[in-house]
Design a binder for this molecule. Structure first.
Ligand code: UGA
Length: 434
């Protein structure tokens, strides 16, 4: 099948590459000519495990192409995916200017039936707005389908190739058939393609992310309570997670969720509820808890250093909002750095992938270390903000010899509390007895 993907950001590039991998001919369109040139020359523009190999293979096979011309990109395509940004506007609602702008342009170019697919996370009612935008310039046949993505950064290729489910929102039989054929190779394992109307599909995406964010904030509140009543959140997590109705996954407390999706989507759902004259009470609390949780370690650190961080030096392991990504959007580490610097401390950070991005943002306000051990040199304490695997079983002897103080504040509960205490560390984590 011939496919166009408009927007070569994270979602667009993964979508385009994975569809090419199953034999489709994919043309990706982007207005950023530099990006298009880099991609056409085989230079991948995002870090995502496993993606580069598929990208290069499909580029070489000519199943994957890049252009700045919307007209060339969509000319022969039967399906046009819109994978464009929907940044939050000042009031928290998703800004649709890119999606609707491109839809209008597509309307000018359409000559025959095509399926336009909203892949971006968009508020309820967007499919209808896209339809109207196309209609301004085109009176022929076309369909608009809502097909939200459920990709997790870090495992996006796997999530795309073997999805738990595919949600297709369309009331058109023709649209349903085209999309069903496209996704058939991805659901051979028997996982469902769930067909529904456009509005339900749009809401499904927000409901999924908001529910997951709720799970995290709930566990973070349980962790807060554990610290106050002398319980251990790991035990509580195991205790409740064995109930199938609750499930074992996504119950890990920490220093809050970040990234480009949860914070934005929860906020957008609250906003659209408001617009629909409904107060989504739980989600307001979810956001409030998360904001506080990002700084959960700060009072602990201040208390330990008698409220005086001036001249103290901190090693920071992890900058990305989660492991296996270089994404630092809404990363708790950034909030921690801000607090430490404001209190007069200095920071030496290490992250396997995200240092370049933070350097662009913060310049020389902090030191960027060569490796995780170099970051520890002369540190009064180590702070852990991201659960990269290489931080899980470090060489503790090296840690001890590099640091000034054997003190660790762990925002991701990486170490066994009693084992690390036996090594002589002062260790504080989230929701566990220290
Ligand atoms: C999330 C969803 O998981 C995807 O299904 C969805 O497609 C995507 O948003 C999106 O809307 O595009 P992602 O933001 O990549 O994916 O990251 P997750 O792996 O879901 O983690 C989100 C945050 O929750 C991270 O900051 C992580 O550290 C935190 N988290 C996760 C916890 O604090 N505790 C947990 O138990 C799990």
């Amino acid at each position: 099948m011939k496919i166009a993907v408009v927007g070569t950001g994270y979602v667009g590039l993964v979508t385009g590459t994975c569809f090419a991998e199953t034999g489709n001919e994919v043309t990706c369109v982007d207005i950023d000519s530099k990006k298009v040139e880099r991609l056409s020359n085989g230079e991948i523009t995002i870090y995502e495990p496993g993606l580069e190999k598929l990208f290069l293979r499909n580029l070489k096979e000519n199943r994957l192409q890049f252009t700045t011309s919307l007209e060339d990109g969509i000319r022969d395509a039967k399906i046009v995916f819109l994978a464009l940004p929907t940044p939050p506007g000042e009031d928290g609602s998703a800004d649709l200017k890119y999606i609707l702008g491109v839809s209008e342009e597509i309307g000018k170019l359409l000559k025959d039936y095509k399926v336009l697919v909203d892949k971006s996370t968009v508020p309820v009612g967007t499919a209808e707005k896209v339809k109207a935008a196309v209609r301004k310039n085109y009176s022929g046949e076309f369909d608009v389908v809502s097909n939200p993505e459920f990709l997790r950064e870090g495992v996006a290729v796997d999530d795309f190739m073997k999805p738990d489910r595919v949600v297709i929102g369309t009331t058109s039989e023709r649209g349903r058939k085209v999309m069903g054929d496209l996704y058939a190779p991805f659901v051979r394992s028997g996982n469902p393609v769930i067909y529904m109307d456009e509005r339900s599909a749009e809401l499904t995406k927000y409901a999924a992310n908001s529910f997951l964010a709720t799970k995290i904030s709930f566990m973070n509140e349980i962790a807060q309570l554990c610290e106050r009543v002398g319980a251990d959140v790991d035990m509580v997590r195991l205790g409740i997670g064995s109930d199938d109705r609750i499930g074992k996954r996504f119950l890990f407390p920490g220093i809050g969720y970040g990234g480009s999706c949860f914070p934005k989507d929860v906020q957008a759902l609250v906003k659209s509820s408001c617009e629909a004259d409904y107060q989504f009470r739980i989600l307001n609390a979810v956001m409030e808890v998360n904001e506080k949780q990002k700084l959960h370690l700060i009072p602990k650190i201040k208390k330990y250093f008698n409220d005086d961080l001036k001249g103290k030096h901190f090693a920071l392991w992890g900058l990305a909002f989660k492991p296996n990504t270089d994404d630092i959007r809404e990363a708790p580490a950034l909030y921690i750095i801000e607090e430490l610097l404001a209190a007069g401390a200095t920071v030496s950070a290490f992250d396997p992938e995200a240092m370049k991005n933070v350097q662009q943002l913060l310049g020389d306000q902090i030191h960027f270390a060569e490796n995780q051990y170099e970051a520890l040199k002369g540190a009064d304490a180590l702070i852990i903000a991201t659960e990269w695997n290489e931080f899980r079983t470090p060489d503790f002897l090296k840690i001890v010899t590099s640091m000034k103080n054997k003190t660790i504040f762990d925002g991701r509960n990486l170490f066994d509390v009693s084992a690390i205490s036996e090594l002589g560390f002062h260790y504080e984590s989230v929701g566990r007895r220290s």
